[in-house]
Design a protein around this ligand. Structure first.
Ligand code: ZN
Length: 367
């Protein structure tokens, strides 16, 4: 049944449907342009020095030496060092170099007013007003707790959300993504020679051919697909996910595509559903994927409903009533989140959760 206010007067059926579709579109646009909090892994308080400083090797060495706080990452396990209280642990640059780093990058200068409590309690608080934050990928994470006072263990980047402040989670997410890029771009793409990190980690330079390489991030489109009558959402699941887990459809944006074209292609390829309007929602840097990623979130309105699943991408997909989506989102946001059930939704730290929440809050859709 159409959830929208019935039109009065002598509208034909096609005019009524067109009018209802326009109201749904307007409602989605209004919902997608609402002010909302920063997504997880966004909102770092660090201020990166200007290029003129970063290009100056002597200045960089002095920044490391004089007042540095280094977060330590285990890239293999996508984890970061924490202290015994569960907050981020910080080492000095000298300590990090001593225990052995694959790469160390300068993230930026920390403003004193932006210091989270877990940072102010650290031994470097006395120089907090002028502290440069670095991040290092560690060669031997197992030995770090023995070598660095204050490091207790490593915690996964999903689990650091909620333990650290949102600004710290953003700092860790950016650190992982830049360090991951260094690890996967060791050799020059132009001539094959080993390239060298420069600019505090914000560039690699090939000594053989002079090509400069800059950190990259892969754009991923992710969309909550609404049925044309605005009453259901399309969700899919991959075979490797836990039983009952469903989420929004997502995929890498191809070169030459707009966000809207990428969403339409991904949804059609994976589910067979044809999508019309695609309305941008928000974006989120994502440090938990196989590469550094920027999630570009949208709400899309379907033209068709028949499902033709690409089983190389999805195990299954289904249309779910918004009331059921709403309940599953509540269960995913609970602490601890639900881990079994017929429909398990992504947790609030994921953009998929926010996109689906927006669909359940559309004006004119029953609650
Ligand atoms: Zn080269």
């Amino acid at each position: 049944m159409c959830p929208w206010t019935p039109c009065k007067g002598a509208l034909s059926l096609s005019e009524h449907m067109k009018s209802a579709a326009e109201r749904l579109r307007s409602s989605v646009i209004a919902a997608c342009t609402k002010r909302r909090p920063e997504p997880c892994y966004a909102g770092s308080h660090l201020v990166r020095p200007l290029d003129s400083k970063l290009e100056d090797a002597l200045w960089l060495a002095a920044a490391e030496r004089e007042s540095s706080a280094v977060i330590l990452l285990d890239l293999k396990k996508n984890a970061v060092a924490v202290n015994s209280a569960g907050g981020l642990a910080y080492a000095s640059a000298a300590q990090a170099r001593e225990i052995g780093v694959d790469e160390m990058i300068l993230l930026g200068r920390r403003k004193p007013h932006a210091m989270p409590p877990s940072f102010l309690n650290e031994r470097y608080a006395k120089t907090a007003s002028d502290t440069m934050c670095f991040a290092a990928s560690i060669q031997d994470p197992d030995g770090v707790a023995r070598a660095v006072h204050g490091v207790s263990r490593f915690v996964g980047l999903r689990d650091i959300v909620g333990r650290a402040s949102s600004a710290e989670a953003a700092m860790v997410g950016q650190a992982r993504n830049v360090l991951h890029w260094h690890r996967s771009h060791t050799f020059c793409g132009a001539c094959g020679s080993r390239s060298e990190p420069k600019k505090g980690g914000w560039k690699r330079l090939c000594p053989s051919c002079g090509t400069q390489h800059f950190p990259r991030t892969d754009p991923v489109v992710i969309s909550a697909v609404l049925s044309a009558d605005g009453t259901r959402c399309l969700v899919g699941r991959q075979a490797l996910w836990p039983k009952g887990r469903f989420s929004c459809l997502a995929g890498f944006l191809d070169p030459g595509e707009t966000l809207e074209e990428g969403v339409r292609r991904e949804v059609r390829e994976e589910s067979g559903v044809l999508v019309g309007d695609v309305i941008y929602h928000s974006s989120q840097p994502w440090p938990n994927g196989p590469s550094p990623q920027l999630m570009l979130g949208a709400v899309a309105i379907a033209h068709t409903e028949a499902l033709i699943i690409d089983t190389s991408e999805l195990e299954s997909a289904r249309w779910v009533e918004l009331a059921e989506v709403r309940e599953a989102l509540r269960a995913a946001a609970a602490r601890p989140p639900a881990t079994d059930g017929e429909l398990l939704m992504p947790q609030p730290l994921a953009l998929a959760h926010q996109l689906l929440t927006t669909c359940t809050e559309l004006e004119g859709v029953g609650s």
